[in-house]
Ligand binder design. Structure first.
Ligand code: SF4
Ligand code: SF4
Ligand code: SF4
Length: 530
């Protein structure tokens, strides 16, 4: 009987803990007003806890949680053990995370570099403070001093429901953009700490909704939007019909599942119909047509994006990425090219080869996936595309460097290719290009404010605040240089900025893809030869 009572009381405590945590991380709808656009962003005076109520919704679908391999009933009974076990596993597996926890000297160089801190003034959004949430647990449970003398001795944190709620809040106010790492003298990458924290939160049953619904759709159906194969075929046929009608070229195509094509082209599924994304799809098709290169898209690999990256879950990332590898193998293509998507590019260029071994049946001149900007710039440089730049004369164009490209990996095998190649394409198709201020572009670029799982409507307050540095930089370029179009190569940035521009009083038509500009300038018809 005594044992039964103990069990009942333990169960009661667990239920209480779960209920407390659910209450603490309850989704609260908050709408934030945009600030006035002055052309400059200010580093704010701190306002402690100003954004503590802003957190994403939890995933509650039991079927989806089961499919993804997560606990299905919220916080699990033995959450403290599982939390520490998962953290231990991460520290052993990813030595960089352990190193980042060990070597911070609190120099403060990163404190004012995060767009979410600049926007919200909440001190926990300073990168060093965000990382400190994990560091305090690390010091308490993973150092001998913490183990022996407890949290006070090492300025650590004991695990508690309140701490979990703070983790869930602030590790979902980080877009893993890595800007802070550029300014840290030790190269500490808070994005990696955020990813690790999200993995730990998932393991104890706190699973964010927006991102995991997308991961589930990408794994079970094949794309982030959950479009079935016939819907993909219909959407792409519609794009092809539109292209044939508007260009009056009957043989321009958007090929699907063509075995033996030279190129497998993968892109985010948003490109199939979202605006302004679809304009770039028209541009890609025109480039392939005019270059005379056989290409195909795939219903099996109908998604370029890979949200597995955002939750530090290589299992998810690998499963999603594998479709691209399988499609390339099954369609017997010679090269793989990726469209305009920041994190797709990072996964394709940085992780594909190590996840699946080399794509060694590909043409040896293109042994790894290429970016569409590399492909297009090469054609432009060789004079293989006929271009009428005046078609874009209504625009003074600037470029938003998407973080996952800018701070991901070089492009085209050249140093700084990720900055110069996209700009080379823009300059190749437009007469007027102006950069935004130097401290907001290239390796120091600011996130659009919605990366890495924060694009859902539940995070709108964070999105509005996190967009401030980019909006101020754009408004500066607009006022001082007459800029009226921002070109991007990231599907999430396109979605975020085309919502933020009108929020800040700028027309959404001023946001678009680089290949939207290419599509406007390319002169179809007589081939120049490649
Ligand atoms: S990775 Fe980006 S969003 Fe996260 S703390 Fe650093 S600057 Fe902020
Ligand atoms: S810049 Fe680096 S070392 Fe300095 S406080 Fe930030 S994370 Fe720590
Ligand atoms: S959404 Fe775009 S700007 Fe934001 S983190 Fe991702 S790539 Fe960077």
């Amino acid at each position: 009987m005594a044992n039964d009572k103990t069990t009942d009381s333990a169960q009661g405590n667990t239920n209480d803990a779960n209920a407390r945590v659910q209450e603490l991380i309850k989704f609260v709808k908050i709408k934030e007003k945009p600030v006035e656009l002055t052309g400059h962003y200010e580093v704010p005076c701190i306002k402690p806890d100003s954004f503590i109520d802003v957190k994403p919704q939890l995933l509650s679908s039991v079927e989806q949680l089961q499919r993804l391999g997560y606990p299905t009933a919220g916080l699990i009974p033995d959450w403290k053990e599982v939390f520490l076990k998962k953290m231990d596993e991460i520290l052993k597996k990813y030595r960089s995370v352990k190193l980042f926890l060990d070597i911070c000297v609190r120099c403060g160089a990163c404190t004012d570099k995060c767009h979410y801190f600049i926007g919200t003034a909440d001190p926990r959004n300073m990168p060093v403070a965000r990382a400190e949430l994990m560091r305090k647990v690390y010091r308490r449970y993973f150092t001998w001093q913490g183990k022996l003398f407890g949290s006070k001795f090492v300025n650590g944190s004991d695990l508690s429901e309140e701490l979990l709620a703070v983790w869930y809040t602030y590790f979902y106010q980080c877009s893993e953009c890595r800007r802070c790492a550029v300014f840290c003298p030790y190269g500490i990458d808070t994005a990696e700490i955020t990813m690790a924290a999200r993995e730990i939160l998932n393991s104890v049953g706190l699973v964010q909704k927006y991102m995991h619904e997308i991961i589930d759709k990408a794994q079970t159906i094949g794309n982030n939007l959950g479009m079935q194969q016939n819907a993909i075929v219909n959407a792409l046929e519609f794009v092809q019909d539109e292209l044939q009608e508007t260009t009056e070229i009957p043989d321009i195509q958007v090929p699907i599942d063509v075995e033996g094509a030279d190129v497998l082209f993968v892109t985010p599924s948003a490109d199939f119909f979202a605006s302004p994304h679809i304009e770039s799809l028209y541009g890609y098709a025109k480039v392939f047509h005019q270059a005379g290169i056989s290409w195909t898209m795939s219903t099996h690999a109908s998604e370029g994006g890979n949200f597995g990256l955002f939750v530090h879950n290589y299992g998810h990332m690998k499963k999603i990425n594998k479709r691209i590898w399988e499609a390339a193998r099954d369609l017997k293509v010679k090269r793989v090219i990726g469209g305009e998507c920041g994190h797709m590019w990072r996964v394709l260029s940085s992780y594909s080869n190590t996840m699946f071994g080399p794509f060694d049946w590909l043409d040896s001149r293109y042994p790894r996936p290429q970016h569409i900007c590399e492909f297009t710039l090469d054609l432009l440089n060789r004079g293989a595309l006929k271009i009428d730049k005046t078609a874009n004369d209504e625009f003074v164009v600037t470029m938003h460097d998407s973080c996952q490209v800018a701070r991901g990996l070089e492009m085209g095998g050249t140093e700084f290719g990720q900055f110069e190649i996209p700009r080379g394409v823009i300059r190749g198709v437009c007469n007027r290009f102006e950069d935004m201020p130097e401290n907001t572009i290239r390796e120091r670029t600011f996130c659009c404010g919605a990366g890495q799982g924060l694009l859902g409507d539940d995070m709108i307050a964070t999105r509005v605040k996190g967009a401030i540095p980019r909006m101020q930089a754009y408004s500066y370029a607009k006022r001082e240089k007459g800029v009226n179009f921002v070109a991007l190569i990231c599907a999430i940035c396109k979605a975020q900025l085309s919502k933020m521009f009108p929020t800040y009083g700028i027309p959404m038509e001023e946001v678009g893809g680089i290949h939207q500009l290419v599509g406007r300038a390319i002169v179809l018809g007589a081939k120049e030869g490649i």
